[in-house]
Ligand binder design. Structure first.
Ligand code: KIV
Ligand code: ZN
Length: 388
């Protein structure tokens, strides 16, 4: 099995399904260029048959992007698939992603189709798509709540028809990591031609486990593609977050043993771009891209980090595109962090006693003010007779 993990970004498709997150054609193109800079393997640019706007936006992205594969979603019918192929016709590398629901609940209540009809439609869709484009991904919508025997039959059949990627989504975010990982592994064992396709995971975050489930799908299940979005944007509670899953794979390479192409230095810029474009604010304590992700506030932590960064940092802020980690001065800060900030500000106090006095005043101020800014410190030390 390959050691390479494919990163499939669906910010522009599933991400846009987040209520209030719709983006214009130009905004999508700008984000697609940033995803290419990030070296995302596959960019799902939209759903060509959904609207003329979506079609044109996919077409524009397909023409502009050279390094990443550009993909369009389509339902499992000839009209949608032909529309997707048309939108992608100028792409350097193109993929059609076709899907149909396979869970009893969705087949009976939503599609009002029998399992045999769904099986036939899935086969027909992949056959039709394969005549237009070589790279065909098939998704079994609500795959995780599907009956494994039936799902295995569908997957075996669509691989025979030429599907090159098989995606087993946890559409409603119902999975638990170990169970999802085992579900994928069992399916792969059951499907006789499973090694003819790349297996993929697509997890929603309804129970806050999208990243953990995706990683289990890879580690336990043997999937080699993760579908994710910048900032975890997506339908309802969102999708697996690209920045978290990528940094988990990179930081714990000792455990996962996998490589990803992502150029992580562009992560923070991508996160900000998506946040500014959609107006969805990134929470300060969000892993990797939140404003506090590399901020140290307690005196003990600050002291540790000033002595050796890996005491309290498992990855480098600079590696994901922050200019540096952040020592936040406040009432929990120690003398060492205070002294270091004075040095950074170019302030030289003439004696240790002067530093101690300034530190005492700093602590008094910090009891009244939750965060101390550089201007506060400069004001403080001016009173102490600083030379700067
Ligand atoms: O969540 C889901 O099942 C999807 C599919 C269309 C892949 O987004
Ligand atoms: Zn989804």
């Amino acid at each position: 099995m390959s050691d390479q993990l494919i990163i499939f970004d669906t910010t522009l498709r599933d991400g846009e399904q987040s209520p209030g997150a719709s983006m214009t054609r130009d905004e999508k193109l700008r984000i697609a260029r940033q995803l290419e800079r990030l070296k995302v393997d596959v960019i799902e640019a939209g759903f060509a048959a959904a609207s003329n706007g979506d079609f044109e936006s996919i077409q524009g992205i397909a023409r502009a992007i050279k390094d990443s594969t550009v993909c369009s979603l389509s339902r499992a019918n000839d009209r949608d698939i032909a529309r997707a192929a048309e939108a992608l016709k100028d792409a350097n590398r193109a993929r059609i992603h076709t899907f149909i629901a396979t869970s009893p609940l969705h087949m009976e209540k939503k599609l009002r189709m029998t399992p045999e009809q769904v099986l036939e439609q899935a086969k027909q869709a992949v056959r039709f798509g394969r005549n237009l484009i070589e790279d065909i991904e098939f998704s079994a919508e609500d795959g995780y709540r599907s009956e494994p025997d039936f799902l295995a039959r569908v997957i075996e059949a669509v691989i025979k028809e030429g599907a090159t990627t098989i995606n087993v989504p946890d559409t409603v975010g119902y999975a638990i990591p170990e169970l999802y990982g085992e579900f994928i592994r069992n399916l792969r064992e059951r499907v006789p031609n499973s090694d003819k396709a790349v297996w993929s995971v697509h997890c929603h975050n309804d129970l806050g486990m999208a990243v953990a489930n995706s990683l289990a799908g890879v580690k336990i299940g043997g999937a080699r593609q993760i579908e994710c979005t910048i900032n975890g944007l997506g339908e309802r509670a969102g999708n697996c977050s690209l920045e978290e899953v990528v940094m988990a794979i990179k930081t714990r390479k000792d455990y996962f043993g996998l490589d990803v192409n992502i150029d992580t230095q562009h992560i923070v810029a991508a996160s900000r771009m998506v946040s500014q474009t959609t107006g969805f604010v990134v929470q300060p304590n969000k892993a990797v891209v939140g404003a506090n992700a590399f901020a140290h506030a307690s005196g003990i932590h600050q002291d540790g980090v000033l002595k050796a960064r890996d005491t309290y940092e498992i990855m480098r802020a600079e590696d994901v595109g922050w200019s540096a980690n952040k020592i936040v001065l406040g009432k929990l800060s120690g003398r060492n962090a205070f002294k270091q900030r004075l040095q950074e500000l170019g302030v030289e106090l003439d004696s240790e006693a002067a530093i101690n006095q300034a530190f005492t005043r700093f602590k008094e101020l910090a009891d009244r003010k939750s965060e101390i800014f550089d201007e506060d410190i400069l004001a403080l030390v001016n009173v102490e007779g600083a030379q700067h």
